[in-house]
Design a protein around this ligand. Structure first.
Ligand code: PMP
Length: 392
């Protein structure tokens, strides 16, 4: 049996352990509030979730999901193209297109599947994809599946992108793909400059708006709106600020019609359960009607950012709720995270391959629902642990 008589699996895992990169699952149980996490039986203040607006446990979303579960059942029973396409799926697609100010939308079962489905069906053997060095893993995998030539340009380095576009002129179609907000660095892609280059060298722009949907732009509609730069294709997920689950793509009607017929991760995947779709619709209602949520989030982001910079942390990011605190050494980062737990804060260490070698970090994130006291607790804990481990 694989792994029992031949020990190569154990040996591979031992190698991962030697590099300090062994991954263990932590178990989350229900906890009292949306800002808390019960991890392996201990209650912590959550400081690393993608639930930026605190909507994942919102009563209104939960009630909507329960009501929908009672009428539609727990599973969707089939792919969107067979038995899984409910009126709610169609309604959400209309809604997300309007939310993103685009002609049409298609809902996938996750953001990961949306990226691999889009890239693998849009780009082919004769094409080139120019991809930012720090793009999400699902983009990297989508590039691999596409059979197109993929070229990585240095992170947000527009001169490098220009050079690579010049050398890519002989490809049939050219695509530039970038995260709108970089998941591990928290900075915003320079879409204006990317657009200038795309127009000059004839390339399409695809933006992964996973971390900006609900956070940036008017009503939280994302990076393109925030920077006022229209793009060709937007990919996103409901699993971050929206607080639910699932992925989407928005763009022209022709694009969406094409993806519906070509994207294998759409065609062959069981549709999302209707309860999730209904909760997502509710979440978008709340986000669009309650602009204070984004403002509250921004205020907290600025407050904490200024403090952490004053303490002397090597802090990346910018206007987003993602605070990458670079520690560098992997073991020291793990120690930092363990010490934070002793202070009642849950913020796991992020290590390679999620981030480049030598850039292990704590990915602290802020939620709109964090109270001032929560922010103070976070700030105090980071200062204390930072001093103790000589990070600051
Ligand atoms: N793109 C980015 C930038 C992400 O951070 C993530 C999730 N970590 C995804 C795509 C994948 O989305 P999902 O979790 O919905 O599969």
């Amino acid at each position: 049996m694989i792994g029992k008589t031949h020990k190569w699996l154990d040996k591979e895992v031992d190698l991962i352990k030697e590099k300090g990169l062994y991954r263990q699952l932590r178990t989350i149980s229900p906890s009292g509030s949306s800002n808390k996490a019960n991890v392996d039986g201990v209650e912590y203040l959550m400081a690393s979730s993608n639930n930026y607006l605190g909507l994942a446990k919102d009563r209104r979303l939960v009630d909507t999901a329960i009501k929908t579960l009672k009428s539609y059942g727990v599973g969707s029973t089939g792919s969107r193209l067979t038995t899984g396409n409910t009126n709610l799926h169609k309604k959400l697609e209309k809604r997300i297109a309007a939310f993103k100010n685009d002609e049409a939308a298609i809902v996938f079962s996750s953001g990961y599947l949306a990226n691999i489905g889009t890239l693998s069906s849009l780009a082919g053997k004769e094409d080139v994809i120019l991809s930012d060095q720090l793009n999400h893993a699902s983009i990297i995998d989508g590039c691999r599946l596409s059979h197109a030539k993929s070229i990585i340009y240095r992170h947000v380095d527009m001169e490098d992108l220009r050079e690579k576009l010049i050398y890519s002129q002989h490809y049939k179609r050219k695509f530039i793909i970038t995260d709108g907000v970089f998941s591990m660095d928290g900075n915003i892609a320079p879409l204006g400059e990317i657009k200038e280059l795309a127009e000059k060298y004839g390339a399409y722009i695809i933006v992964d708006d996973a971390h900006s949907t609900g956070v940036l732009g008017k009503n939280g509609s994302g990076t393109a709106d925030h920077l006022k730069v229209p793009v060709d294709v937007t990919v996103g997920t409901f699993s971050k600020a929206i607080g639910t689950q699932g992925g989407f793509v928005t763009g022209s009607r022709a694009l969406i019609n094409y993806l519906r017929n070509k994207a294998r991760s759409f065609i062959f995947q069981t549709a999302l359960p209707p309860s999730t779709i209904a909760a997502t619709l509710k979440s978008i209602d709340i986000i669009e009607s309650k602009l204070e949520l984004q403002m509250e989030l921004q205020q907290k982001v600025h407050l904490l950012r200024d403090e952490l910079l004053e303490f002397g942390f090597d802090l990346r990011g910018g206007e987003t709720p993602i605070f990458p605190i670079i520690i560098g050494n992997t073991n020291k980062t793990i120690d930092f995270s363990k010490r934070l737990e002793k202070e009642g804060i849950f913020a796991p260490a992020i290590r390679p391959p999620s981030v480049p070698k030598g850039e292990s970090r704590i990915r602290l994130t802020i939620m709109a629902t964090h109270t001032e006291r929560d922010i103070q607790q976070i700030s105090k804990a980071f200062y204390q642990v930072g001093k103790e481990l000589e990070v600051i």
